[in-house]
Design a protein around this ligand. Sequence first.
Ligand code: AMP
Length: 399
Amino acid sequence: MKILVLNCGSSSLKYQIINMENKEVMCKGLCERIGIEGSQLTHKVPGKEDFVQVEAMPDHKRAVEMVMAALTDAEHGVLKSVDEIDAIGHRVLHGGQKFTKSIIVNDEVKAAIRECFDLGPLHNPANLMGIEACEAAMPGKPNVAVFDTSFGMGMEPKAYTYAIPIEYLEKYSVRRYGFHGTSHDYVCHRAIEFAGLDPKNAKVIVCHLGNGASISASIGGVCVDTSMGLTPLEGLIMGTRSGDLDPAIVQYICNKEGKDVNEMLNILNKKSGVLGMSGGVSSDFRDIEKAAEEGNQKAATALEAFRYRVAKYIGAYAAAMNGVDCICFTAGVGENDKGTRKAICDQYLGYLGVKIDDARNDVRGKETLISADDSKVKVLLLPTNEELKIAMDTEALVK
Ligand code: AMP
């Protein structure tokens, strides 16, 4: 079975064709600047030179048509015809309270995705445009929606209910949802397989540390808690997002600086995190580490605070589950930055019996047990693969 995986943003579209026989990525690509001047498609086939096409893409429909043409192109394509695609798996950001798992798209599902526009104002409209563009370009092919929020729907009320008047949950569905759900779901299940843990009872903490960062606790693959909330702003310190903070800060700075709530939310989402803490050095953790090494004190504090917050959440989640069997690191920082993995484990997690093996930890982007044999908790580096998880869910639903 060949699955087209699509991840549509407001002005971008990422795609992969995955052959489910061997789980191989046959090609992948990116349409950028959709609806903006200077749009282009970059199509990558393993072993071949990248194919770049600069052409106007006024909307996602045109972008999907260009992807179809690239996929079947005599020179750069990987398919003889679009008919070879068995189904399309779409990443959809917000499923609200309706969707606890992936689902084949029909009119009702599209209406529900539309109902969640308020909850995912940047992504959900683009996700729906991607679905409708595929329906137009490939009539009759099944489309599957894979929600970033599904994994978090495993949480119990004590974990997802905010301590605010209950009417806001009842009227507006204000609750913790969690994001990066596809990644947390994939990695916690992969951890159970890779480390040979008890599939029903394994207590796993997944640290998804990238430009966006979140952490989850799960028992037997079911989410117990996760750090992002109603939106991706809550939780860990990120590249540009603040993560947790006292909500009264919003009012305080608004009054001091004559700003409104929307401006403050923009600052908390786009100008905070390690970018803001470092005084504008960068949102990229490599730049922050370099600046810290070169003696920039603000960058050093930002990096320490990032690691400290991850460790605090690990401690909280070990308590939430009354134990932890396995801690996994994934995403850009988690997969590539041995210093951050070591600092989190060595500085803060000794009391849990966590012991990192430095030689094993000297690795990037490869499934590896990085804890010592006598560590009480297994620590793993597991590269995330959200596209494969979307393709796996899609295959399971359309088979
Ligand atoms: P992601 O959002 O998962 O693509 O992760 C992107 C983040 O990973 C960026 O902030 C990168 O700086 C960071 N990253 C990638 N490689 C490294 C590395 N070797 N050391 C530290 N951070 C890294």
